[in-house]
Design a protein around this ligand. Structure first.
Ligand SMILES: [Zn+2]
Length: 586
């Protein structure tokens, strides 16, 4: 028996040596294979956002990831016979951009009947009504969507009479979902007149003579049947998503955080993913109502069959979201103190009014606790300072039970973080999803409503970044395809330009002390966006091993005149090494 055992042992030894040799050969060949790039983009000015090497000339890509980032000579070493080589001709390359707040499906559906013009004045609203009236049957309501009075040059809502001038023989609403102006025809149909009592949950605005002006604030039951939008089929949702992702690619966006879907929306994402047709990496927020008792609110969280992080590099379950107040554009953001006397732009006068807290405080606490227990990243729409403080109270309550430090609980919008809120957020590891373009479009009006003192806390990026709070850049895009005319504009360079210059729509610069640098602005749309979705190790910068998402742009982002930043256009967009957009001129 002994020799046999010895033989087996010897064989084992030989086999081990042999296996070792095979392993060595495999490693060597893997190393050689790994060093051969699929594609090399060289002769560029690469702004990497990679700390170890902030600028480079070239990148090599293999298997959808960056293989090498460095000088032309270093990177071209990875070329093999099959490698595709692209000369960038000195163009600037940036990491693929991440928009931390979009609504791509509803934005695409807003134009399914054709382009929707931008509404910058009451005349624009009237022109649209006339145009719709010419092709819509008389019994069908004409709904003008997303009419925000602060964004109209008149700084007020149109009156019923102004709508009548455009169409008086059919129902018309100029609407933003919260406030709606109806024409005289529809007022008649609704049987609203000077004698109509005020609803408990809103206001029918009446003029000096006691006649309704057509403006109805809140009271959703009054207009519910007229606001009802056409529902979309499952395949229409998928198609809408696909088209908007292509539009995002054209704007240089390679990843986004969808800020609110339900089960139907998640299915649309899954279907596009199944077909292999996603072109924007998507981190999708699940929205719940948070209404009812705290126990009911908790049950709403517990019913969802997944938590944050489930998915892959293309599609991932994002955060859990509630909507805690209204908006600064409609005068319903929940402030720390009353709006005051200068609220004519919103159509009301109510000096003691602070806005709407739409989810009870105790529910917010219970949702934060449940989210923390189950492994969710939580976020909440909070536009006013008052609602931000209520949210931070709830995050602190959850944190007392179990640390939320590494959970990256989020503030969505958070327009008014004062020093205390910034310090509390920093302590909790709370991150922000902010919309710099709102400062550009709305700061002059909001300043007139709230006064210069309160405006100091409006989107104070310098203070936030200096305190070490992570702020991601987003658009809150919800209507239209056009990246600059959309509500809200989602062109990332338009947003970066605002954060860099603090320039507003009327040419003024408000709170220049809150300006940030170009690199900081770029970080908001790259690494910080990746941080919000726990993906900063796989994207947000151009460095070896990360996903090969990049853009080639029309101007030198770091050195072009500041005012030209807003005109920068992507020429080429790669997601996972694959070209998803190439400008015709390139
Ligand atoms: Zn939103």
């Amino acid at each position: 028996m002994i020799p046999v055992v010895r033989f087996v042992l010897r064989l084992n030894k030989h086999m081990k040596a042999f296996a070792g040799l095979i392993l060595l050969l495999m490693t060597v060949s893997a190393m050689t294979a790994q060093e051969t790039a699929d594609a090399i983009y060289y002769n560029g000015r690469v702004v990497t956002m990679w700390e170890a090497r902030p600028t480079a000339e070239a990148v090599a890509i293999r298997g959808g990831r960056f293989l090498k980032v460095g000088s032309n000579a270093e990177v071209l070493q990875t070329a093999g016979a099959e490698t595709k080589k692209i000369d960038l001709g000195g163009r600037t390359v940036l990491p693929g951009l991440i928009d931390s707040h979009t609504h791509p499906i509803s934005a695409a559906l807003s134009e399914r009947d054709g382009p929707l013009p931008a509404f910058n004045s009451i005349a624009d609203v009237q022109a649209y009504i006339r145009q719709r009236a010419a092709r819509t049957p008389k019994d069908q309501v004409i709904l003008v969507p997303k009419v925000f009075s602060p964004r109209l040059k008149e700084r007020r809502y149109p009156t019923r009479y102004e709508l009548d001038a455009a169409a008086s023989d059919r129902p018309v609403i100029a609407d933003n979902g919260y406030a709606g102006v109806v024409n005289s025809f529809l007022l008649d149909k609704l049987k609203i007149n000077r004698d109509t009592p005020q609803p408990a949950n809103g206001k029918i605005i009446k003029d000096d003579k006691g006649e309704p002006t057509g403006l109805i604030l809140g009271a959703p039951q009054l207009l519910r049947d007229w606001r009802r939008e056409r529902t979309a089929t499952a395949s229409e949702l998928v198609e809408a998503l696909k088209r908007m992702q292509q539009a995002y690619n054209r704007a240089g966006i390679t990843s986004t955080i969808d800020r609110g879907q339900d089960a139907e929306g998640f299915r649309a994402y899954q279907e596009l993913h199944r077909r292999g047709e996603l072109t924007v990496r998507s981190y999708v927020t699940y929205r719940i109502s948070g209404q009812g008792t705290p126990q009911q609110a908790r049950a709403e969280v517990e019913r969802i069959p997944f938590v944050t992080g489930w998915g892959d590099d293309w599609l991932r379950a994002g955060s859990l979201k509630i909507v805690m107040d209204g908006g600064i554009l409609i005068g319903t953001a929940y402030l720390r103190e009353p709006y005051g006397e200068h609220t004519s732009v919103y159509g009301y006068h109510d000096p003691g009014y602070r806005g709407v807290l739409a989810v009870p405080r105790e529910n917010v606490v219970e949702i934060a606790r449940a989210a923390n227990e189950l492994g969710w990243q939580m976020t909440a729409h909070v536009t006013g300072g008052g609602s931000l403080d209520v949210l931070l109270d709830a995050y602190e309550a959850a944190d007392r039970e179990r640390s939320i430090r590494d959970r990256r609980f989020t503030v969505t919008h958070g327009n008014f973080p004062n020093e205390q809120a910034i310090a509390r957020a920093k302590k909790l590891g709370v991150v922000f999803d902010c919309q710099p373009m709102w400062h550009h479009l709305d700061a002059p009006v909001i300043k007139d409503v709230l006064g210069a003192e309160r405006m100091k806390h409006f989107l104070p990026f310098r203070s936030m970044l200096d305190a070490g709070v992570v702020v991601a850049g987003g658009s809150d895009h919800m209507v239209r395809f056009d990246p600059r005319l959309a509500t809200n504009p989602y062109h990332p360079f338009f947003g970066m330009w605002m954060a860099i210059t603090r320039q507003t729509v009327d040419g003024s610069v408000i709170n220049p002390e809150q300006r940030i640098t170009r690199i900081e602005a770029l970080r908001m749309w790259t690494l910080n966006g990746a941080y919000l979705s726990f993906e900063e190790k796989s994207k947000g910068s151009i460095e070896p091993g990360k996903l090969a998402d990049l853009i080639v742009v029309s101007k030198d982002f770091l050195s072009c005149p500041a005012d030209e930043i807003k005109e920068i256009e992507p020429l080429l967009t790669l997601v996972g090494g694959k070209e998803v957009y190439r400008a015709a001129v390139h």
